[in-house]
Design a protein around this ligand. Structure first.
Ligand code: PLP
Length: 361
């Protein structure tokens, strides 16, 4: 018997985008702007940071394993019971718990191509067969996914808005879809970018359609600017949550992570400021790409994906942008080799990117 199982030997791990430090040491540039990882360019809410600092007095103690205070706050905010809420080490941490909890060995996962890589890595690291259907016009094709459901399908992963396309499926599409999904199939509805899409009337806020086989995942990493502390949350039927709570690591999320999430949740001003900045950033990008004749996908998130003629062109543009001090995200690993994703930044970062892109082109 091999020490390392075959599915781990062949596992392609998640590769994050280039970091500012890496590029700095490689190219010795004066200014580097990172628009690659859908992070919040404003930083984090000040009250969240203060709350983390205050919480440091308690880090010699283990956190409450039930994360009671945080789950209660989320339950009150979203009008559900504490028993319907789970918190974790980022929303991806909760996804990992889901993958460890529900699968039997011969069961399969189903999703789209061109979506969040984290799900694929989790499925493969668990040795689970993952089946995918192509995107349709850069959107999740819910009809095609429904057609692929078999007796072996255990989990369907949907990201809405989707990363890296920024597209959404609508209320109508979602309601049609769930009619075709049998009760024994669990749907992970990943709403990491919910805050950016919530005001669109056709966006299906999954909290309005509570279904027994849907787990909603959300995060403080994006709109709330807390990617580095790792805090996410999820909602589902008590029966699902109680089983997830048995499998999750007892002491996640950490004491500072819970403190940060609790404070960030109440900092409406910070969130509003970022949503406005992001809206401005998206409009600025659209105008820029229109002016330069670059194809792009309209986004419901904090990034825009542009479409080039070829992978070769993507690589050339990416390389040249790096030399101008701009880090963006080529999307080969996401299955879109002719696309690049650009996260909105501060106004002057967007302008810096625009100038660099014009020079590069
Ligand atoms: C669609 C999607 N889901 C989940 C995550 C992971 O978020 P978290 O930081 O909460 O683990 C990301 C991060 O990029 C994402 O794009």
């Amino acid at each position: 018997m091999p020490l390392v199982p075959e599915h781990i030997k062949t596992l392609e791990p998640y590769k994050a985008g280039k970091s500012i430090e890496e590029l700095k040491s490689e190219l010795k540039l004066k200014r580097i702007v990172k628009l690659a990882s859908n992070e919040n360019p404003l930083g984090s809410s000040r009250s969240a940071v203060q709350s983390m600092i205050d919480s440091l007095q308690n880090i010699h103690r283990y956190p409450n394993p039930a994360s009671y205070e945080m789950r209660k706050a989320l339950a009150d905010r979203f009008d559900v019971k504490v028993e319907n809420v789970i918190t974790g080490h980022g929303s991806e941490g909760i996804m990992s718990v889901i993958m460890r909890t529900f699968f039997l060995d011969d069961e399969e996962a189903l999703t789209s191509e061109g979506t969040f890589i984290g799900f694929r890595v989790l499925a493969h690291s668990r040795g689970i067969r993952l089946r995918t259907v192509p995107l349709k016009d850069y959107k999740f094709d819910l009809n095609a996914i429904a057609e692929q459901i078999t007796d072996k399908t255990k989990i369907i992963y949907l990201a809405n808005p989707n990363n890296p396309t920024g597209t959404i499926f609508t209320v109508r599409e979602f309601l049609e879809f769930i009619k075709k999904v049998p009760d024994h199939v669990l749907i992970i509805l990943d709403e990491a970018y919910f805050e950016f899409a919530q005001h669109d009337p056709v966006y299906p806020d999954s909290m309005k359609y509570r279904l027994d086989n849907v787990i909603t995942l959300r995060t403080f990493s994006k709109a709330y600017g807390l990617a580095g502390i790792r805090i996410g949350y999820g909602f589902a039927h008590d029966h699902l949550i109680s089983n997830l709570m048995k499998v999750k690591l007892p002491f996640e999320p950490s004491v500072p992570a819970q403190a940060a999430g609790l404070a960030a949740m109440n900092d409406e001003e910070f969130l509003e400021k970022y949503l406005k900045l992001n809206y401005r950033g998206l409009q600025y990008f659209y105008h820029l790409f229109d002016r330069l004749g670059i194809r792009y996908i309209k986004s419901h998130a904090n990034f825009v994906t542009i479409i080039m003629d070829s992978e070769d062109r993507v690589n050339k543009i990416n390389e040249k942008l790096l030399h101008q001090g701009v880090i963006v995200r080529p999307l080969k690993a996401f299955g879109l080799p002719n696309c690049i994703r650009i996260t909105t930044g501060l106004d002057d970062e967007n302008e810096f990117f625009a100038k660099a892109l014009e020079r590069v082109l």
